[in-house]
Unconditional design. Structure first.
Lengths: 153, 509
């Protein structure tokens, strides 16, 4: 079982920080424009949201696992709701590697796997090194071609 | 090939109706604005508009060409922006023909081609002669089977699988409610309530108003029922489903006639639904889902799907078994302990409701019987038991069959080779009870609403086993199927005996 790159925690924490900043700004705006909130409200929002976000990031990292098996991609994730997904290679429609702004800043990348299904139609594996994401994409592509069936639906 | 020449006048009239309607408004507006000179001006404008429309439709007709060859359906179309399309026949999921009363009188029809991509109809021929439409439908079926185009005439044998009995049609009508019409009526009438109430004598006002409201509600229900019955009868009149070669063909409708084909090898899942009433009387409904579209979300009015609206349970299961031979499922229920889980869940919901009512009671300071819902707590164990009783899954030879829901029970049949991904989810609460939900995701679009085939609340160890089993069975079933697809010549015979028995567990080199 592979784990994600440890730095992915920083990515998630940064995302939590962005969310916390936005929510704090909203609290401040509400305080100024509408209702008078206690003085401690904005910092409290900041601390709570940031704390929960960082905690979630750490927990998420501990849970996340993935594995390229003989004929399927296996993923395990989810802090509160534990989700285990099996994506058989025969079902792969296409594979992307993508890098968001925060990911680029921290030198990480994700791979996104698409199937024709309706619910698990796209599965994202975050926290890969750019080379690792490209490798994974290539590897999955080869495996998908090898397992190519007549029709993917 | 060209469209039917009759499509030009039909389309002109179809579109022209709206032009004339606008014209009537313009006319009255213009004569008001410009006095006597406005009339002729408006007439001239309308004439110009109609002329433009005719020119457009004639050009559309002249530009529109389609051709069916061995591999693809080619369509060239477009007046302003031109479009050439090639649709690989292998990718066509459904071919639907529909005709309304006027089209039937003219002998023309709309042909819609569905593919798996996107939610919209891939291509639509508006309009071709009905015989041509049937020819296209048959030809596409034949070409997909890889038969020779030349040996026309005899064609594959047609077996009628299902025909809706008049009794069943009557039942469908009697059990259908269409809330749209009364909703509209209420919306229109609600404005007149103050006006009506002001007309009533002051003393008797309240009583009369109450009676009026009751009458209105009763009327709405009646109208909904009547509308539902009419719609159902119009939709399902003379519903029949037949098997032609390896395709299903259906026909239905009283005024607007639908006529469609579904390749059997594109069927994703089958869903048998019922409710307590239907269960008590031994009835059920069946929906056949392809990746093209799902029943209900289908194109056109009310969806041109092949769904059996109501039939006796035996007939439904016979039909379902004919389409996907899954046998008679022996469902495995979740562990008994989940009943306590459901009971606790219901009790919590009741508790929240009581709490809310109590809060409301405090706020308005009136003696509302806020403790009323607490009586429901007595029902919680019963409801929990029922919920548990109607849950289950079954691993068949070639199919996963799942069952969920009490008030609206769904039995979903998923062939192993249709499974896209296998998802195992465990919420915090499920982990406490040591259970898990295993979902088999398919490409069917009905699943978008969250009604995937899922074995809910199975034991954690069972979930583990189920997941690996589904994965291996998908692989074996696909390997068998691929073997079948490679020998495309004898595709027909093998469709019936498409069992997963051949367990050659190798992938292509």
């Amino acid at each position: 079982m592979n784990r994600l790159h440890p730095r992915v925690r920083v990515v998630w924490a940064a995302q939590a920080a962005v969310a916390a900043a936005v929510l704090t700004a909203i609290t401040v705006a509400v305080d100024r424009l509408a209702v008078d909130l206690p003085v401690w409200a904005p910092p409290a929002v900041l601390v709570v949201v940031l704390g929960v976000g960082v905690g979630l990031a750490l927990a998420r990292y501990r849970v996340w696992r993935y594995e390229v098996r003989d004929d399927a991609l296996y993923l395990e994730r989810g802090v509160f709701t534990r989700v285990q997904t099996v994506v058989p290679f025969v079902r792969l429609q296409h594979v992307d590697s993508s890098r968001g702004p925060v990911e680029r800043l921290l030198g990480l990348a994700s791979a996104v796997v698409y199937t024709a299904g309706s619910r698990g139609a796209d599965v994202r594996i975050p926290g890969l090194t750019p080379a690792g994401a490209d490798d994974l994409r290539e590897r999955l592509k080869r495996l998908a071609i090898r397992a190519e069936g007549e029709d993917a639906v | 090939m060209k469209l039917s020449p009759l499509s030009v006048p039909y389309r002109v009239v179809e579109r022209g109706a709206s032009v004339v309607f606008t014209a009537a408004i313009l006319f009255s507006g213009a004569s008001a604005a410009f006095g006597p000179a406005g009339g002729p001006l408006a007439v001239a404008l309308v004439g110009l508009g109609l002329l433009g429309l005719v020119a457009y439709e004639v050009t559309y007709y002249r530009r529109f060409a389609y051709a069916l060859d061995e591999e693809t359906l080619d369509i060239r179309s477009g007046v302003v922006s031109r479009r050439n399309r090639e649709i690989p026949l292998r990718r066509v999921q459904n071919v639907d023909i529909s005709r309304n009363v006027v089209q039937r009188a003219l002998g023309i029809a709309v042909v819609d081609f569905e593919t798996a991509g996107g939610s919209e109809t891939e291509a639509s021929l508006r309009f071709v002669a009905f015989e041509e439409a049937k020819r296209l439908q048959g030809e596409i079926g034949r070409l997909k089977r890889g038969e020779d185009v030349d040996d026309e005439g005899e064609g594959p044998a047609t077996t009628e699988l299902f025909a809706l009995a008049p009794r069943e049609l009557a039942l469908v009508g009697a059990l259908s409610f269409d809330a749209r019409v009364p909703g509209l009526l209420i919306l229109l009438l609600s404005g007149s309530v103050p006006a009506v109430s002001s007309l009533l004598p002051a003393g008797s006002g309240r009583l009369l108003l109450a009676a009026g409201v009751v009458a209105l509600v009763l009327g709405a229900v009646l109208v909904a029922w009547a509308a539902g019955a009419v719609v159902a009868v119009l939709n399902y009149y003379d519903f029949r489903l037949a098997r032609v070669g390896d395709e299903l063909q259906y026909e239905r409708g009283l005024l607007r006639r639908y006529d469609g084909s579904i390749p059997l090898d594109k069927v994703q899942t089958l869903t048998v639904t019922d409710n307590p009433l239907k269960r008590a009387f031994g009835y059920a409904a069946l929906r056949i889902e392809t990746a093209g579209y799902a029943p209900g979300s289908g194109p056109g009015e009310g969806g041109s799907e092949a769904a059996v609206p109501l039939a006796t349970r035996d007939r439904v299961f016979d039909l379902a078994n004919h389409i996907e031979a899954f046998g008679s499922p022996a469902f495995e229920r979740p562990p008994r302990r989940v009943r306590s889980r459901y009971a606790i869940r219901y009790l919590l919901a009741i508790g929240v409701l009581v709490g809310l009512l109590y809060g409301a009671d405090l706020l308005v300071a009136r003696s509302v019987p806020w403790y009323g819902p607490a009586a429901l707590a007595l029902l919680a164990p019963v409801a929990a038991h029922l919920k548990w009783k109607h849950r289950g899954y079954w691993l068949g030879e070639d199919h996963l069959v799942t069952r969920n829901g009490v008030l609206r029970r769904r039995i979903k049949v998923v062939p192993y080779y249709r499974v896209q991904t296998v998802i195992d989810t465990r919420t915090v609460f499920q982990r406490r009870w040591g259970v898990a939900t295993v979902t088999a995701d398919t490409a069917g679009s009905l699943s978008l609403t969250g009604h995937d085939a899922a074995a809910v609340d199975v034991d954690a160890a069972t979930a583990e086993r189920l997941r690996t089993t589904l994965e291996t069975r998908l692989r074996t079933a696909l390997a068998t199927r691929r073997g079948w697809v490679d020998g495309a010549d004898d595709a027909d015979e093998n469709l019936d005996s498409d069992t997963g028995a051949g367990t050659e567990d190798e992938t292509d080199p």
